[in-house]
Design a protein around this ligand. Structure first.
Ligand SMILES: C[S@@+](CC[C@H](N)C(=O)[O-])C[C@H]1O[C@@H](n2cnc3c(N)ncnc32)[C@H](O)[C@@H]1O
Length: 279
């Protein structure tokens, strides 16, 4: 299985051209930013880069990582979250996993193990994890589960490879249950612009009750359910600014649409954590 997402092609091209704004915005973390006080966002790329690191912190803090843990960073991108863990903790055994070898190659050049941590990079599909059962204490999936072929299959794999009592933390875009029919209706008129930018985001119609039902079936319990939509909103002006710089008119419209549905709370940005149930 080889998935190359269009926006990563664009980012990798820009990195190859040594385009400074793209490298500063998306050269390490490829996800939204988190601002504790969104009014303090200053609209600069430097501010966004700090906010992107904070978003990673929100996710791994929800996983309650401890020194000495074995951690899987699923859908690790360029290894931004792994880099943060490597700076903050000791004696971790971290595996960064991605379906796209090009991203792993960059990650390996960006992150040097420190503090007696070990890091390895594995190219694989997050829905077919190439690990023995009960291998990991913590699993992270920062802003990537909607790309995976199936949320259910990923969560089943997580349950299999987590040790008893282990934790998964992720961030995801979810719909309010009441808006699911509206989005299904609107998708009938889609012109494919979202897919042309983001690739396969086939499973974006997920809700918190759907997560609760799925977790229960699989033997996971939701521990954290944190809606940080408001804290991520300053991401959109940055996205639009970068699209304008490259005259990516269609991508700018997609970002404007995402900003609209997020501002009105139709799509929510959430941090979730799950603990394995032993029975
Ligand atoms: C929005 S990026 C997030 C990257 C990284 N977690 C971060 O926060 O910087 C989504 C990531 O999911 C990865 N991905 C998509 N489908 C995948 C799959 N089936 N298995 C593993 N990784 C996948 C992409 O290659 C990409 O790195």
């Amino acid at each position: 299985m080889d998935i190359k997402l269009p926006y990563f092609d664009m980012i990798l091209d820009a990195i190859a051209r040594n385009d400074r704004p793209t490298i500063d915005a998306f050269g390490t973390h490829v996800h939204w930013g988190y601002w504790a006080d969104p009014k303090q966002a200053d609209g600069s790329i430097a501010d966004f880069a700090i906010a992107a690191q904070r978003l990673s912190e929100c996710v791994y803090e929800a996983a309650q990582i401890q020194d000495g843990d074995r951690v899987l960073d699923a859908g690790c991108g360029f290894g931004g979250t792994t880099a943060c863990l490597n700076e903050r903790y000791h004696d971790l055994r971290i595996t960064g996993l991605n379906i796209d070898q090009r991203q792993l190659d960059r990650a390996a050049t960006l992150v040097t193990p420190a503090h007696n941590n070990t890091i390895d990079w594995v190219c694989a599909n997050a829905c077919e994890l190439p690990f023995e059962g009960h291998s990991f204490d913590r699993i992270l999936a920062v802003e990537c589960i909607f790309h995976f072929p199936s949320r259910e299959q990923f969560l089943r794999e997580v349950k299999r490879v987590l040790k008893p009592g282990g934790t998964l933390a992720l961030s995801d875009f979810t719909l309010q249950p009441i808006t699911v029919p509206l989005f299904k209706f609107l998708s009938l008129f889609s012109n494919g612009s979202v897919e042309r930018l983001y690739g396969d985001v086939g499973s974006t119609d997920f809700t918190i009750p759907a997560y609760e039902r799925l977790a229960k079936t699989i033997g996971l319990a939701i521990e954290t359910n944190r809606d940080i939509t408001c804290n991520t909103l300053p991401t959109y002006p940055i996205l639009k600014q970068i699209c304008r710089q490259f005259e990516l008119t269609e991508a700018e419209s997609v970002a404007a649409g995402q900003e609209l549905v997020s501002t009105f709370g139709l799509v929510r940005y959430v941090v979730l954590s799950f603990r394995t149930l032993t029975v």
